[in-house]
Design a protein around this ligand. Structure first.
Ligand code: FBP
Length: 334
């Protein structure tokens, strides 16, 4: 066969939709609903990705003039991300309620017959939007606890520990757009091909490399951190580890997953006494990914996914990354 024809007809790869179909029998309750929900997330990610790429041209890289529940100034894209995902999930019909960083109350979708609950950070790392540094979306999916057909509640449906997640993942809006997720059977990464409008499987069965020597933490808080953290950071320097900190959790986590490494956001007295990152829609989803990729995630001396949430927007200290590096850090912290 002519080489040109061979090259032009080479297989492009496995699409996200095809992968979801192929792996559907992995889902304990396989009825297609979770598959449809993952597709809805893929669609919302494509749309938000377009808005992010055009933000500078559309003049939507700035402030929204409103605050979220944490009193943080919302960026326009924070609000756009929230609206885009909530609309896609409402229309998709698979989610009965949504916990979102950008809304204080539980979002009731009106889909009372839906079986799933989603906790999400529509746009993580938003302090990096106008400086064109990678940002992301984080999501964790749970089965509802209340009766299908009834109105979901915060106490039963939203405040579930991370080990109840049936799926979790993130979208990374970086030099390329990637969707990385797990349903409890390993971690797969998909890269978006804008010329075809499809996510293609580019990183099958992702695992943390055994070895890693990159540590990621906001060291400007060094003197505020507990002595144990200071000692661990001194150790990282003595060991010749490399420091990297993008300041958007999804990006720092993704780098650790690819190259090996550890990310920490400890309790920071005077700034974030409980830690900065939110348990339900930042820590739990990436903890599920981390464990499925051979890594670990701890907070307050406890496995992150065993923490029983008290509040939808509660913050927790976090140590997450390669198993060897997290164990080493826990050795200092414990
Ligand atoms: P949001 O942008 O979603 O609020 O996320 C919090 C976050 O931006 C993380 O992505 C990032 O790792 C961290 O805060 C950076 O915090 P700091 O600027 O205090 O180091």
């Amino acid at each position: 066969m002519d080489d040109k024809i061979k090259a032009l007809s080479a297989p492009i790869g496995t699409t996200l939709d095809r992968c979801i179909d192929l792996n559907q029998d992995e889902f304990p309750y396989a009825t297609g609903d979770l598959s449809r929900l993952l597709r809805d997330i893929g669609l919302a990610a494509k749309i938000l990705g377009r808005e992010i790429n055009r933000a500078g041209l559309a003049g939507i890289g700035g402030m929204a003039g409103s605050e979220n529940i944490q009193g943080e100034d919302q960026k326009m894209l924070d609000v756009v991300g929230h609206i885009r995902f909530v609309r896609a999930l409402k229309m998709g019909g698979q989610v009965c309620c949504i916990v979102s960083e950008e809304q204080e109350e539980l979002v009731l979708t009106g889909n009372e017959d839906a079986k799933y609950v989603i906790a999400m950070d529509p746009l993580d790392g938003s302090s990096n939007i106008e400086v064109n540094v990678p940002i992301g979306t984080v999501f964790g999916i749970y089965r509802r606890k209340t009766e299908v057909g009834t109105s979901p509640t915060v106490a039963e449906d939203a405040l579930q520990p991370g080990h109840e997640q049936v799926a979790a993942g993130y979208v990374l809006f970086g030099s390329s757009t990637m969707l990385v997720y797990t349903t409890g059977y390993g971690v797969n990464g998909f890269t978006y091909d804008p010329t075809l409008g499809e996510f293609y499987l580019s990183h099958p069965k992702m695992r943390f490399p055994e070895e890693g020597n990159i540590y990621s933490i906001n060291e400007s808080h060094y003197f505020k951190y507990a002595e144990a953290i200071q000692q661990y950071l001194n150790h990282c320097k003595q060991e010749g580890y490399t420091a990297r900190y993008i300041g958007s959790f999804v990006s720092d986590f993704h780098r650790s997953l690819i190259k090996g490494g550890i990310y920490l956001y400890p309790a920071t007295p005077g700034v974030y006494p409980e830690g900065k990152l939110r348990l339900l829609y930042e820590c739990n989803p990436l903890a599920f990914i981390a464990e499925q990729a051979g890594g670990m995630a701890y907070g307050g001396g406890q496995r992150i996914m065993d923490i029983v949430p008290k509040d939808m927007h509660q913050r927790v200290p976090l140590v997450i990354g390669s198993e060897r590096m997290v164990k080493e850090a826990m050795g200092f912290l414990d």
